[in-house]
Design a protein around this ligand. Structure first.
Ligand code: PLP
Length: 361
């Protein structure tokens, strides 16, 4: 039976991409070696790197005034890289706290500055929600504003597009939502994302940074986190994660074949609507996030009777629906439904949920 993997990351990759990678694994481009074994400075890999960047630029409509960096260090690496690169001598930055990952970024930023924390966690009709951007009180001396538009663990999303005055540099952690829908890059100073959810395998992270923000890194910034150093070296200051970069490039081509980000947005909306509908139409399942802030990528849900959790996980796994256990911080279940999860996977999950409720409810 087909397996659908609802893991929050590392997450499912498109089946077509994996098939292509499998076919090319031992003999890439007729070279008699795998892509993992060729020099990152050789012509063949440089072509992969350049095509991946161009495809990403096409998908996100990234203006030429933004640099794209392919880095190591994951999302958490960027929790340090952002302050080290763009504090620019200032001592504070605005940090919006709306969930686990935003809070983790704040914890890291405290090593480099005194963040002005904007507590955006609110409750609407008894459900978890996020304060509207218009109510975020920014401080005058902040070097930048940081927020996380999709909280992978909490299942909370900030769907508004930032529209602050032009001098506000917005830095955002798009790790679990990048490429799931069109994005106006020009509203941001820095966009970063770990690859292992919507892009490709773990080991690669992507930074999209406005060029005027380069060259301001703190003297103590490690070279491998310094945006200017990475940019000046074509993201090859140290040996890049070449296999992850290659696979991500295949994912970008796959996304283009699907019709780009508008097409992904449409499928992602359908997937999320289907799942939330089953949850909302039942007293057996529950999601406690206010509708306006529900994530389209990560859907946490609880069973009314948590004594059935283990059975739900056992039976769903047997039905080919893997990795539904919720994060240890939140408990219950979580279905991550990134780009590579087909609509039929979500259908299979909802059919299982309805049937499980019928049998056990
Ligand atoms: N930010 C978000 C929104 C995440 O979901 C994660 C990981 O799940 C991270 C940051 C941390 O990423 P990494 O494990 O690549 O450091």
């Amino acid at each position: 039976a087909q397996v659908f993997n609802f893991s929050s990351g590392p997450a499912m990759l498109p089946a077509d991409v994996l098939k292509q990678a499998q076919q090319e694994l031992c003999d890439w481009r007729g070279l008699g070696t795998s892509v993992m074994e060729v020099s990152h400075r050789g012509k063949a890999f440089i072509q992969v790197a350049e095509e991946a960047e161009q495809d990403l630029r096409d998908l996100l409509n990234i203006p030429s005034s933004y640099k794209v960096l392919f880095c190591h260090g994951g999302g958490r690496g960027q929790f340090s890289a952002v302050p080290l690169n763009i504090l620019g001598g200032r001592t504070t930055a605005d940090y919006v706290d709306a969930g686990y990952w935003a809070a983790s970024a704040i914890k890291e930023a405290k090593k480099y500055c005194t963040p002005n924390v904007i507590d955006a966690r609110i409750t609407v009709d008894g459900r978890r929600a996020v304060r509207a951007m218009s109510e975020w009180t920014l401080s005058a001396d902040a070097a930048y504003l940081h927020y996380c538009p999709n909280e992978t663990i909490d299942g909370v999303a900030i769907n508004e597009t930032p529209n602050f005055s032009p001098e506000v540099v917005v830095a955002a952690d798009f790790s679990s939502t990048i490429l799931s829908a069109p994005l106006d890059v020009t509203r941001f100073g820095v966009i970063y994302a770990g690859a292992q959810k919507n892009i490709g395998p773990a080991g690669l992270s992507i930074v999209i940074v406005r060029e005027d923000l380069l060259g301001k890194a703190h003297a103590s910034c490690p070279s491998i986190l310094d945006y200017s150093v990475l940019n000046d070296n074509g993201s090859m200051f140290n040996t890049p994660p070449t296999f992850a970069w290659y696979l991500s490039g295949l994912v970008f081509k796959w996304l283009k074949q699907q019709g780009g980000l508008a097409a992904m947005d449409s499928v992602n909306q359908q997937k999320a609507a289907l799942l939330y509908e089953v949850i909302d139409n039942s007293d057996f399942y529950r999601n406690d996030v206010a509708p306006a802030n529900r994530s389209r990528m990560n859907v946490p849900f609880q069973l009314a009777d948590s004594a059935l959790d283990a059975l739900f996980l056992e039976e769903s796994f047997s039905a080919g629906l893997h990795a539904l256990k919720g994060h240890r911080v939140v408990g219950g279940m979580r279905a991550s439904i990134y780009n590579a999860m087909p609509l039929e996977g979500v259908r299979a999950l909802t059919e299982f949920m309805v049937d499980f409720e019928r049998r056990r409810g």
